[in-house]
Ligand binder design. Structure first.
Ligand code: SF4
Length: 300
């Protein structure tokens, strides 16, 4: 089997044009951005690496005035394929999309929070952001760019996951896939924990219905940061496992050699047959809700 590329997770900065309720970055850090030269210097560290890819994140990377320059540099000078994470609003400008398409990312992960403007804008805390993001996704498809739609579950939206998948399937039939992600209770999400955080078993029926809906439309769907053992057996194949190495996590203020510092399994998982490749969930979740609900799987 072909080895998956190692991944570098790179947050160029925390500034953003949304103010999402569930953001893992707290308000204090929102203004921190790396300079153009700092970003180029970081790219240069990987000039001679083989079989790697870079996941470019934020904050919101597309609000940087130098983003297209940086992407061109990465694409033409360093030759590293990249994945772009975005709230999608900037892509509502077709001219911007046409320039991005000259140095196409392998994939663009666009965050969409709900199936309608009322729900999405309530979470993004920016009126009109749903319309811009939806227009942005359409524009990306016009340039035949690969888009994965990402939703983070909070108490505000998890009950609407079946409707969410229905909306995506009907609005974007060319969609490459959807990912449903458990909440990281940190940053701003931690500040507002009571109105956002939920016990993971509570969201499972809705996520399973969402998977059924995706299957009805033949739409790819993956679940991340929700332990596999919480799902009925027939849904476990949709839960993402640890199948790649992240060799660096870089943010404006720190870097670490592994994302496993932030999420993973628990001591209770020791006898589970999935222990070695299960992604578990965010450690902050275990901190606030414990591990009682984990049910080690003892046989296949
Ligand atoms: S018991 Fe632990 S290792 Fe097993 S599926 Fe659950 S979270 Fe993953």
């Amino acid at each position: 089997m072909k080895k998956m590329k190692d991944r570098i997770y790179f947050s160029m900065g925390y500034a953003c044009n949304n103010n999402c309720l569930h953001c893992a970055v707290d308000c204090e850090r929102r203004t921190k951005n790396m300079s153009t030269q700092e970003v180029i210097a970081f790219f240069e560290r990987y000039r001679n690496y083989k079989n790697i890819e870079m996941e470019i994140s934020g904050g919101e990377p597309t609000i940087r005035p130098d983003l297209l320059y940086l992407i061109e540099y990465l694409y033409t000078q360093i030759n590293i394929p990249y994945i772009l994470l975005s709230n999608g609003r900037r892509f509502s400008d077709l001219n911007f999309v046409s320039k991005l398409a000259e140095f196409p990312p392998q994939s663009i992960m666009v965050a969409l929070h709900g199936h309608n403007a009322e729900l999405h804008d309530k979470i993004s805390q920016r009126k009109g952001s749903f319309n811009e993001t939806v227009q942005g996704i359409s524009n990306l498809y016009e340039y035949r760019l690969n888009v994965v739609i990402k939703v983070v579950l909070s108490k505000v939206n998890y009950r609407k996951m079946p409707e969410f998948v229905e909306f995506v399937a009907q609005t974007f039939p060319e969609c490459e896939g959807i990912t449903i992600n458990g909440l990281d209770i940190s940053g701003k999400a931690l500040e507002d924990r009571d109105s956002l955080a939920y016990k993971l078993p509570d969201c499972i029926p809705y996520v399973q219905k969402a998977i059924d809906c995706a299957n009805k439309y033949n739409l790819k769907i993956r679940i991340f940061s929700i332990p596999l053992c919480l799902f009925d057996e027939s849904y476990r194949e949709y839960v993402g496992l640890k199948n790649r190495t992240t060799i660096m996590c870089k943010s404006p203020e720190e870097e670490s050699s592994s994302v496993s510092l932030f999420y993973g399994t628990a001591d209770k998982c020791a006898p589970c047959i999935y222990k070695s490749n299960c992604s578990g969930t965010w450690y902050n979740y275990y901190k606030y809700y414990g591990t009682d609900e984990l049910k080690p799987i003892l046989k296949g």
